[in-house]
Write a protein that binds this ligand. Structure first.
Ligand code: 4NP
Length: 153
């Protein structure tokens, strides 16, 4: 299975999601391909924002090596599931879908933990360092619920 994480800048939320999902898959011995990107191009080619790297590292998840890239409509063909961090990312991604098959791949990541709530992962970019820890906890729980939903573990 191939999963793509999407946020706005690809330097805060989606790289954390990528690192968390990849690590849990490795620990569980599940063959999961994980990538992340942003809907915007502001931070293409950059490593994740330092507080994202620091917070993830505290929990044993290394994301320092990741490099930002922008979402492309080709991603609809490359991935089975596209997980958006907030409703704005969701709208921006489905606007690029060519067909219903593409649209059906796109899901709000927190719906795994809070079904049908369409809750946003709050963007920590504008706030304090605690916001990054809050995001990590939300994504860690979402990852656990994702593996239960798709792999029964
Ligand atoms: P992210 O956070 O979407 O979680 O990566 C942001 C990073 C950068 C900006 C906005 C959000 N920005 O406007 O540059």
């Amino acid at each position: 299975m191939k999963v793509l994480m999407v946020c706005l800048g690809n330097i805060c939320r989606s790289p954390m999601a990528e690192g968390i999902f990849r690590q849990k898959a490795l620990e569980k011995g599940i063959d999961l391909h994980v990538d992340s990107c942003g809907t915007a191009n502001y931070h293409v080619g950059e490593h994740p924002h330092p507080p994202s790297v620091k917070t993830s590292g505290k929990h044993g998840v290394d994301i320092s090596y990741l490099i930002g890239r922008q979402f492309s409509h080709y991603d609809f063909d490359k991935f089975d599931i596209i997980l958006t961090m907030d409703q704005s990312n969701y709208q921006n991604v489905i606007a690029l879908a060519q067909n219903q098959d593409g649209i059906s791949k796109v899901k709000m990541i927190l719906n795994y933990s809070y079904p049908k709530s369409n809750m946003n992962v709050p963007d920590p970019w504008y706030g304090e360092e605690q916001g990054y820890e809050d995001v990590f906890q939300l994504l860690d729980q979402a990852a656990d619920d994702f593996f239960i939903a798709h792999f029964d573990e």
